[in-house]
Write a new protein. Structure first.
Lengths: 273, 252
């Protein structure tokens, strides 16, 4: 049964103006989505279909060309609303700050009292398994740990909507599975609504309550699949038969779109096989 | 002291020792180079007499002024040019070839315009050092990861806060390279300008000692400048290493 709508994307499109005599690029939409409060929603789709554009429009980092985005009933228009946290694919840790100071960055900006900053940062670092690395610099950490620092920096701000833009894209498969477990723990603990952009079908199928499969550019949802996983879950569900079914169904929907994204000649060649 | 530091010290001691020995044994004509110990002794005498104080104050003051102007102006100009891509595109070839042109050829022109004062020296010093800082600033700002701009927006930082809290620290290693180059160019330009033509200063003193065949004074002054320049660069290098070690997790 659908829950309370937390964020709504209504007939949103994003068209980039053409530069240097090139025609405009229709990157996204029209796209509609109701994100339910507290759900874990993943978006998968072929390369270049507009997944990250979708996340940035939802975050308020980009302004939609048409349509509206609302979060908790208030419109979002080119500015990140209070209560939204974003974790990016790229390493966005600050190399000049220690892990602790990285995590505290946003709180210090928000004028939160020092004891409260200490409590929240210590708590987030402990939760993300970074307690022993509080005084380390990001360069002393692995890629996965640096990404955890960025998640901790988001977590301390207690966001109600967490947007993850392929945060594990640069990590190896095993680390990605384990990071997935951590994100699930985080999601359960915070009760936040999570939207994850990923190119990995298994990751989407494992983590999410619902998975939105996007078409090739301009990206639109061609199907939204309910996984029906219990809230208490972890990466062991990859051994579940239903997991294979969900992944298979996603690929069935996305194969043609991925071929389109590869381009006409590539698509023809592969289709002929 | 680290092993490499020890090797470095030994190399310097051996080189100075070899020069001392060569001078003492007459392998090097005393009229060409005096032994390092005599240079040090002459410098000590000069410093103790206090007769150098005014020259030191004038020259080091001018170097400090040139460095300060070059760093501040170079950083500001670099930021402005970085924000104006078309201007940058137009200026890039000039920056790329700037140090291929000997800026010092304009020194006589500056003397003709401003007279024999500190102005031509400061201007030629700034002209020599400022472009290094501009290039370093452009380089540093180019290398600020794009994702930081998004992070700034997520944290709702304004333009100034973004610049001060994210862009500046991210670009700091490159900016510091500009600072180091500006310091080196500042030293070179001021001393060289004084040496060519100036009413006073350490460079002018060296030039006069050279013309008077006063080797003791000339080498004492050269030693003094070497010591000051080395100390300043050692301090900057130490700071740079600390910065690099912090960013590379102690692997610098």
């Amino acid at each position: 049964m659908p829950g309370e709508v937390h964020a709504r994307v209504d007939k949103v499109t994003r068209v980039y103006a053409g530069a240097g005599g090139h025609p405009p690029v229709h990157a996204l939409g029209p796209i509609d989505l109701d994100l339910r409060k507290g759900e874990f929603f993943a978006v998968v789709g072929p390369s270049g279909c507009g997944k990250s554009t979708f996340l940035e429009v939802l975050a308020g980092l980009q302004t939609p060309s048409s349509g509206t985005v609302t979060f908790e009933g208030k419109p979002i228009h080119g500015e990140v609303a209070d209560g939204i946290g974003v974790v990016f694919q790229e390493d966005a840790s600050f190399p000049w700050l220690t892990v602790w100071d990285n995590a505290a960055f946003g709180l210090r900006r928000s004028g939160v009292a020092a004891p409260e900053i200490r409590r929240r940062v210590d708590d987030a670092l402990a939760f993300m398994g970074l307690k022993d690395f509080a005084k380390a610099y990001p360069s002393q950490l692995s890629g996965g740990m640096r990404q955890r620092v960025c998640i901790a920096r988001t977590l301390v701000l207690q966001p109600r909507l967490i947007l993850l833009d392929e945060p594990f894209g640069a990590l190896d498969a095993q680390t990605r599975l384990l990071m997935g477990d951590e994100v699930l723990r985080l999601w359960r603990r915070t009760g936040a609504t999570v939207l994850l952009i990923t190119h990995a079908l298994d990751e989407a199928a494992m983590l999410s309550d619902r998975v939105g499969a996007m078409s090739a550019r301009p990206g639109c949802f061609i199907e939204i699949i309910e996984t029906n996983w219990p809230r208490e879950r972890d990466s062991t569900i990859v051994g579940n038969a239903a997991f294979g079914e969900i992944t298979g169904r996603l690929w069935e929907r996305l194969r043609g779109e991925s071929l389109k994204a590869l381009g006409h000649s590539g698509a023809s060649a592969l289709a002929a096989q | 002291m680290t092993r490499i530091g020890l090797i470095r010290l030994v190399v310097v001691i051996v080189a100075v020792g070899a020069l001392e020995l060569a001078c003492r044994l007459g392998l090097i004509n005393h009229n060409v180079i005096i032994p390092p110990s005599e240079m040090a002794s002459a410098l000590w005498t000069l410093l103790a007499s206090g007769t150098l104080n005014a020259e030191i104050e004038r020259t080091l003051g001018m170097i400090a002024l040139v460095i300060a102007i070059s760093i501040a102006a170079g950083f500001a100009i670099g930021c402005v040019i970085h924000a104006l891509p078309r201007v940058r595109e137009a200026l890039d070839p000039f920056f790329a070839t700037y140090y291929a042109v000997p800026v010092f050829i304009f020194y006589p022109v500056l003397i003709a315009i401003f007279g024999l004062s500190i102005m031509p020296i400061v201007l030629i010093g700034v002209a020599t050092a400022v472009v290094a800082m501009i290039i370093a600033t452009l380089n540093g700002l180019d290398r600020v990861p794009r994702v930081l701009a998004k992070v700034a927006r997520v944290h709702r930082l304004g333009r100034i806060a973004t610049a001060l809290q994210l862009q500046l620290p991210a670009a700091a290693p490159y900016l510091f390279t500009g600072v180091k180059l500006s310091v080196s160019y500042g030293f070179i330009a001021v001393i060289a300008a004084e040496f060519i033509l100036a009413p006073a200063g350490l460079g002018r003193d060296i030039s006069e000692a050279y013309a008077d065949f006063d080797n003791r004074r000339m080498y004492a002054l050269i030693l003094f400048i070497l010591i000051v320049a080395t100390l300043v660069n050692a301090v900057l290098h130490g700071f740079d290493m600390r910065l690099a070690q912090r960013r590379s997790g102690g692997r610098a």
